[in-house]
Ligand binder design. Structure first.
Ligand SMILES: Nc1ncnc2c1ncn2[C@@H]1O[C@H](COP(=O)(O)OP(=O)(O)OP(=O)(O)O)[C@@H](O)[C@H]1O
Length: 267
């Protein structure tokens, strides 16, 4: 499904946070990157319909503000950045909640099958009967991811889904996102801090800085030393491997290097 974001502007208490944000994606996986406070989470929640920005969001050329509640609820799945729930309910019940919305309160056999399949795909089926409040942070994060995926949405919005996940689970999560993107033809927008994960898995990268899109395109066009230095204030080596994947190796922060030079000069 095509996602078009057109001239989004959003302010918290009069302070602008998103400024004329426009981009279009129909690639399978798009990473939204940018420094702390750039506006990534705000952008995700605006697209999910939680915040009400000015501007337009179109799904396959239909204005989301014109779509009915049920279609939006079934089309868009949103995994927020907030800490996953510690409610006293089982993992299976929590995942099943992902199949429900305000206009759909009944669980069918098909929902159970899809919930178990999702848990198995994520490698957490053995947790099905455990209570959320007895899980580790990473395990709870996996359950939140299962809740987002189990909906089988057209648009999957994930805000820093790799928070609390170990290396194996980070890679397995993205392998699964790649797989379901292919199978279900969904568009995934994922806010990420890890530039190497973005380089490895995203078909397209949108760079947000101070609420504005400062670059967008495929990883090999977007990820370069100049962009990373100007947006993140970090010196890096950027290289590409024989498979064509970009690798970003951080060297030092611009400020850190300046402080070191100043210290040397003053001693
Ligand atoms: N509820 C809020 N009320 C007021 N200001 C907010 C609120 N939420 C976020 N902000 C501000 O909006 C700006 C963008 O925040 P946002 O969380 O969207 O950034 P982000 O790119 O997701 O950051 P991070 O990488 O640190 O998660 C920041 O300056 C932040 O302080």
């Amino acid at each position: 499904m095509k996602l078009d974001v057109l001239d989004l502007n959003f302010a918290y208490n009069g302070t602008p946070v998103l400024k004329d944000v426009s981009f279009s994606v129909n690639e399978k996986i798009t990473a939204v990157i940018g420094p702390n406070g750039a506006g990534k989470s705000t952008l995700m929640s605006c697209i999910a319909g939680i915040q009400k920005p000015s501007g337009r969001v179109f799904l396959d050329d239909t204005d989301v503000s014109m779509m009915n509640e049920e279609i939006i609820a079934t089309s868009i799945s949103y995994l927020p950045q907030d800490a996953p729930s510690k409610a006293v309910i089982s993992v299976l019940e929590a995942v099943l909640l992902g199949r429900l919305h305000t206009l759909r309160w009944k669980v069918y056999h098909e929902d159970l099958e899809i919930a178990y399949k999702t848990l198995t795909d994520l490698g957490i089926e053995t947790l099905a009967k455990r209570s959320l409040n007895q899980l580790s942070g990473g395990q709870r994060q996996m359950v939140s991811i299962a809740q987002a995926i189990v909906k089988e949405p057209d648009i999957l919005l994930m805000d820093e889904p790799t928070n609390s996940l170990d290396l194996q689970h980070q890679l397995e999560l993205f392998d699964l996102i790649e797989e379901i993107s292919d199978e279900w033809n969904i568009t995934t927008l994922v806010a990420l801090h890890d530039l190497n994960l973005a380089a490895r898995y995203a078909d397209n990268i949108v760079v947000l800085n101070s609420g504005m899109v400062c670059s967008s395109g495929p990883p090999d066009e977007v990820l370069n030393c100049e962009m990373i230095e100007s947006v993140y204030g970090v010196h890096t080596d950027v290289s590409s491997d024989p498979d064509g994947y970009i690798h970003v190796c951080p060297k030092c922060s611009v400020k850190g290097r300046e402080r070191k030079i100043n210290r040397r000069e003053n001693t």
